[in-house]
Design a protein around this ligand. Structure first.
Ligand SMILES: *Cc1c(COP(=O)(O)O)cnc(C)c1O
Length: 356
């Protein structure tokens, strides 16, 4: 597959689009007096450094740091207002309603389906198998029948199941899927050796999505990343709102990204807490199965004599909120539990031991 093959899937109006040219695009140097963007020359109401100025539309400083951290070129990075923005833009660039569709493998992250629905794009579901791995025979069959599939979402580690998807299956998809393979690595900092970013240059149809919301502890900033061939990234940039990242968010991201070792410490601590939590969960009577996890959460299935939705409600009465995933295909009677602090995990365990 070549980048020309990939560009042939782009919606024609997107290829032809002339993007908005912002004031900061037309003059990007340094000046004494800025009277080009109708900003408030007297400053911000709540005075803070340069809140009255429009932010960098290209998030250049952020891309510079991430490029060094990840070993890619800044032009291979898209920075979005959360990963959700990258997911939405991929639909808008590659999928025309009524013409292209997307392949989802439930149980998985809900936004892939919601974003498809918002964009009026049909989805085809090929559920993961019993081991929560890609069902290759079912997948092959669907790919033979459906030639309109242009996006496939692969979540690894997968939410809500927690496991990494097999490398061989993702490689197979990259080699055989006639569309974009989106690998969502929201939880990759908890198993960094499994990232697909290092092979980006081998696959023009690969898009890797990451986020600062989990390991970096910056869910409130709304900062998501996509890595791909630079011509694919250029298309996402063309379609995004010009100032999609606020100035304060960019500043906070820069400050955080310059302290990657802090993130590594937190990840190490969460992995220790996860191990302790998994050990303790083994002696909880209502739990039948603890799924293996490569992320900062764990999926557990309750015994048939307990009802996950009822247990979920009992936990909320004790002031503890977990995620009831029992309505998802393959997750019957399952709860998804985020690894908490040592004290939070203790409270959870005490509450789980007392559910009836
Ligand atoms: C949490 C999560 C994200 C993060 O989304 P943001 O919009 O970046 O906060 C993305 N994908 C998956 C699978 C997630 O679980």
């Amino acid at each position: 597959m070549t980048i020309e093959d990939v560009l042939a899937w782009v919606r024609p109006h997107v290829l032809a689009l002339k993007p908005y040219s912002s004031a900061r695009d037309e003059f990007s140097g340094v000046a004494d007096v800025y009277l080009d963007a109708n900003e408030n020359s007297l400053g911000a109401v709540a005075h803070a450094a340069d809140w009255h100025r429009y932010p960098d539309p290209h998030a250049s400083a952020i891309k510079h740091i991430i490029a060094a951290l990840k070993g890619v070129k800044p032009a291979q990075i898209f920075v979005g207002n959360g990963s959700d923005e990258a997911i939405d833009l991929l639909y808008r660039v590659f999928c025309a309603p009524g013409q292209a569709s997307a392949l989802l493998m439930p149980p998985t992250y809900g936004m892939y389906g919601v974003s498809a629905a918002i964009n009026a794009i049909e989805t085809v579901q090929v559920p993961l198998n019993q081991q929560f791995q890609i069902d290759r025979p079912a997948l092959q069959k669907v790919l033979e029948q459906r030639h309109d599939l242009r996006l496939v979402f692969v979540c690894s580690p997968n939410n809500p199941t927690g496991n990494l998807l097999d490398k061989a299956d993702i490689t197979w998809l990259l080699d055989h899927f006639n569309g974009i393979v989106v690998v969502d690595e929201a939880y990759i900092d908890f198993c960094p050796e499994a990232s697909w970013v290092p092979v980006l240059n081998q696959y023009p149809n690969l898009v890797v999505v990451q986020t600062l919301s989990k390991a970096w502890g910056l869910a409130s900033l709304r900062m998501g990343l996509a890595y791909a061939h630079e011509q694919v990234i250029a298309l996402l940039n063309k379609v995004k709102p010009p100032y999609n990242l606020s100035g304060p968010a960019q500043e906070a991201a820069l400050l955080s990204l310059s302290q990657a070792q802090e993130k590594d410490h937190k990840v190490a601590e969460i992995l220790t807490l996860r191990q302790q939590l998994l050990t303790a969960l083994r002696s909880v009577p209502c739990i039948e199965h603890i799924y293996s996890t490569d992320a900062n959460f764990v999926l557990v299935r309750l015994k048939a004599t307990w009802n996950a939705t009822q247990v979920y409600q009992d936990l909320t009465k004790a002031g503890i909120v977990v995620r009831d995933r029992s309505s998802q295909v393959g997750c019957e009677n399952c709860l998804r539990i985020t690894v908490g602090t040592a004290a939070e995990n203790q409270k959870l365990l005490a509450a789980l031991l007392s559910v009836e």
